[in-house]
Design a binder for this molecule. Sequence first.
Ligand code: SAH
Length: 351
Amino acid sequence: MTTKAIPIKTLSFDELKEKLVTMGLKAYRAGQIFAWIYHQHAVSFNEMTNIAKAERELLAAVFTITAPTVLLVERSSDGTRKFLFRLDDGHTVESVLIPDEDRQTLCISSQVGCRQACRFCLTAQSGFIRDLKASEISDQVLEVSRVLRREGSRDITNIVLMGMGEPLANFAEVTRALRTITSDKGLGISPRRVTVSTSGLVPEIGKLGALGLRVNLAVSLNASTDEVRDRIMPVNMRYPIRELLAACRRFPLEPRRRITFEYVLLKKVNDSPEDALRLVKLLRGIKCKVNLIPFNPFPGSEFQRPDDAVVRRFQQVLLDHHYTAPVRESRGRDISAACGQLRERAASALP
Ligand code: SAH
């Protein structure tokens, strides 16, 4: 073969089917190959024993099955585990596995770095490096799932796109990855168990709703006034709170589903009872819950975490107005699993 081998995981199911047919192979082989890769975690065509040897050799000449390298795994005292992936070009991204009683959630990244420049976020400080390709996003799920199967642990049950990057700023690749993650032929995780978290890109929220992928939407609101949100999340100058919430109201929800609003509590910035009351008013009429996240400090950060009593006071206002409003502690703090911290530390420790 003179042409370069095609990384097979960059192809959708239909694209693979088409390609196989042009190679003179049967279209149904696509189903077998997808099952081997995404269900059996095969890393070579040789393992695909229900395909004749001659065909396996042809496949191996045309395609490659590549996977990112897992560079570092750390386990926190609370059970959280962190995976650092090295990509083809040497850049790294992280995923965090968060076990709970009834679920095993994997938090994955969509970009190397981020352009959103949120002032309270560590990832923002390294700036934007590049978008992840669809396969680099779904591979985070596949590779962690492989590790879990090998050790006989419970498989991943939920996916959140809350790692590094702004998923909706990498719309085409993220939605392509979501198809691989949620389709039965691919990783087969129900879209009800997949959540895309955004800083609030209004047009893309509309586009995501229109695609009908039926994944959950989380919106990082983090403020109750445009004045404060402008200051801590520059994206708000383009898409202010009113427009953002209008987009949320238009977002199609399946029965019994609701939007999640994330609210990072920053000491004396957005944590007053007045803020909580304004938040209640803003959210009126939206089927939603609010995740309260006390700020997770990092070296050099300009913000502080509010005292527990302040967090509880804020929460109580929401509860009094019948909102579901759990306080979400950052998990894995002892291994700096929260918000881009692993990559920061690894960058200085790695060769
Ligand atoms: N760009 C997407 C997803 C990545 S951020 C988004 O903005 O939603 C995931 C979540 O982590 C967001 O809700 C964000 O507000 C929160 N976050 C970022 N830095 C944080 C910090 N230092 N402490 C607590 N939460 C943080």
